[in-house]
Design a protein around this ligand. Structure first.
Ligand SMILES: Nc1nc2c(c(=O)[nH]1)N[C@H]1C(S)=C(S)[C@@H](COP(=O)(O)O)O[C@H]1N2
Ligand SMILES: [Mo]
Length: 536
């Protein structure tokens, strides 16, 4: 390989060394309980990026990558970083002008430029780390040490490469001289360090995931005291093959949040604080909550970023303490109209006070489908508020409820272009047949789910081609807070058809046909799929 690719590889190797040192260092901080906010530069940069994401980009990312949006972001980030390091590697490896080095031993100024550029990337990493909520000074140590290790790597390998270049000038053309041999040594070092560095990054990321915390709590959850256990009626499920199950298994529940690395919260040190416009502040431990009489509720969560026909919705059986009871104990003061909930990772949601205090089941949930919350769904405690999109209500890893006013505070997504209020819009979805599916002529079952949380679903209608609306059969609705299954059997003749669905909510309002994007307050429009009916 010639000088240029070798130079690029040197840059990439230095980047890999930096990240390996930083990620392993960050993992040690986590393990030692010394991490304040986020010590991992990779996670910090990605999270800072998410914080700065405008709504159109969030929309695009979720629309394109769905719940893989974060994976896509991290992969994109690693690609950009690799390119940047390669570029810096090229700079330091390029010869200074004039071409021949004049004074023996004089340092190539390009090396200094390269080192400065690399240090600047390190500074960006440190800045991102320092921008994270709960930041503490030890958090920057891994990135600083990693950057220094990267600079040393660059300096050593670039000098070696420069020597190889100088040696080559003394060698006869066509003869494999000392220059080529030392360049190969640089190549070997560069390749080796890149591989070791990449493995180090993986090791660091793996090491930082605590994982044990949830296990500890499952034992504690064994003795949940539930006031009126909720059972899911058989009739809530129509069991059409391919139709969305009434209750969503926790492992299959959609996941949306700004956390690049799932917060690992120790239930023993976790606290919930109730603050703001209250007569007395309250602090509760996880055990305090478990000691209460808990309530169960079936609630379908929905993300405001869901497109028509999308799958960013899931139905859970949640067990928790009603928020209204906690607020009543704290004593809400006159004039308050919002509860700002905060998560360990800095995310906030602004929820109308009324939704937290009226008779609906707004819960501080500790269990989903009777099991401790999964870490990615908010362990140990999250909010669940029927009828509101997740971004204004469903705070995971919740640590604070601040009673406040909409004219004084705002949730995370509001200054980023999303509405302060987020009531869920009526939606209906065709699960089967799948879009573009070919089905044999005869009886074809069309089925799906519809939701209008806290208003309920009164009617679902299906239209085939431009025919009349036909009323679908509804499954039982155990609560107006969850979605409702529907189905319709169609005697299909061969041909190509568009199948459209619309729902009517519990107030009698028909789902609007008007198309709207998810931003700023949720998508609207009817879901349509095309079906090919084949003759026999
Ligand atoms: N801490 C935290 N909680 C959060 C979010 C977040 O980014 N951070 N996102 C909210 C959004 S936008 C949605 S739609 C729901 C999704 O909850 P789930 O991931 O359990 O399905 O969580 C809400 N709670
Ligand atoms: Mo969301």
């Amino acid at each position: 390989m010639s000088r240029r690719p070798t130079g690029a590889l040197v840059g990439v190797a230095a980047g890999a060394v930096t990240l390996a040192v930083a990620e392993i260092g960050a993992a040690l901080l986590v393990r030692g309980g010394l991490e304040g906010g986020t010590a991992s530069p990779l996670v910090a940069v990605a999270e800072a990026f998410v914080d700065l994401t405008p709504p159109w980009l969030k929309d695009f990312a979720i629309g394109t990558f769905g719940t893989y949006d974060k994976l896509a972001l991290v992969i994109g980030m690693v690609l950009v970083l690799t390119g940047l390091c390669a570029l810096i590697g090229l700079v330091g490896a390029s010869r200074a002008k004039p071409l021949k080095r004049s004074v023996e031993g004089a340092r190539n100024p390009n090396i200094s430029w390269g080192l400065a550029a690399f240090a600047l990337v390190g500074v960006i990493g440190v800045t991102a780390v320092a921008s994270r909520p709960d930041f503490a000074w030890p958090d920057v140590v891994p990135t600083v040490v990693g950057t220094i290790a990267g600079l040393v790597t660059l300096d050593r390998l670039w000098s070696r490469l420069a020597e190889a270049g100088a040696e080559r000038l003394d060698t006869e053309p066509g003869v494999m001289g000392a220059g080529a041999a030392s360049r190969r040594a640089v190549l070997a070092w560069g390749g080796g360090l890149t591989v070791v560095g990449a493995l180090g990054v993986l090791a660091g990321r793996t090491l930082s995931r605590a994982g044990e915390v949830v296990e500890a709590a499952r034992a504690q959850l064994g003795r949940l005291r539930v006031q009126r256990p909720v059972t899911v009626p058989e009739a809530a499920s129509q069991r059409v093959p391919g139709q969305t199950a009434y209750l969503t298994p926790a492992e299959e529940f959609y996941r949306i949040d700004t956390a690049i690395s799932v917060p690992q919260v120790d239930p023993d040190t976790w606290r919930l604080r109730v603050t703001g416009m209250v007569d007395r502040e309250i602090e509760m431990t996880f055990q305090d909550i478990l000691d209460e009489e808990l309530v169960e509720a079936l609630v379908t969560l929905t993300c405001v970023s869901n497109y028509v026909g999308g799958n960013l919705a899931g139905n859970g059986l949640w067990t928790g303490l009603p928020v209204r009871e906690v607020l009543a104990r704290a004593g809400v003061q006159e004039g308050a109209d919002m509860v700002l909930s905060t998560s360990v990772d800095g995310f906030t949601a602004g929820t109308p006070l009324e939704a937290m205090t009226d008779d609906r089941n707004a819960l501080l949930a500790v269990a989903q489908n009777r099991e401790a919350l999964l870490a990615e769904h908010g362990f140990p405690v999250r909010l669940v508020v029927p009828g509101l999109y997740g971004y204004v209500s469903a705070t995971k890893w919740v640590t604070e409820l601040k009673v406040t006013r909409f004219d004084q505070d705002e949730g995370y997504w509001t200054p980023r272009g999303w509405s302060a209020l987020g009531p869920i819009k009526t939606a209906s979805r065709i699960d089967v047949p799948r879009p573009g599916e070919r089905v044999p002529a005869g009886a074809v079952v069309i089925a799906g789910v519809a939701w209008a949380q806290h208003r309920g679903i009164r009617r679902v209608e299906v239209r085939i081609g431009d025919g009349d609306w036909q009323e679908a059969t509804l499954a039982e609705e155990p609560t107006i807070d969850s979605w409702r299954q529907w189905m319709l059997t169609w005697q299909a003749e061969p041909g190509e058809y568009s199948v459209t669905v619309r729902a009517t909510d519990g107030t009698g309002e028909v789902q609007t046909e008007e198309r709207a994007y998810p931003a700023p307050d949720g998508a609207t429009g009817w879901h349509t799929v095309t079906v090919m009916v084949e003759g026999s």
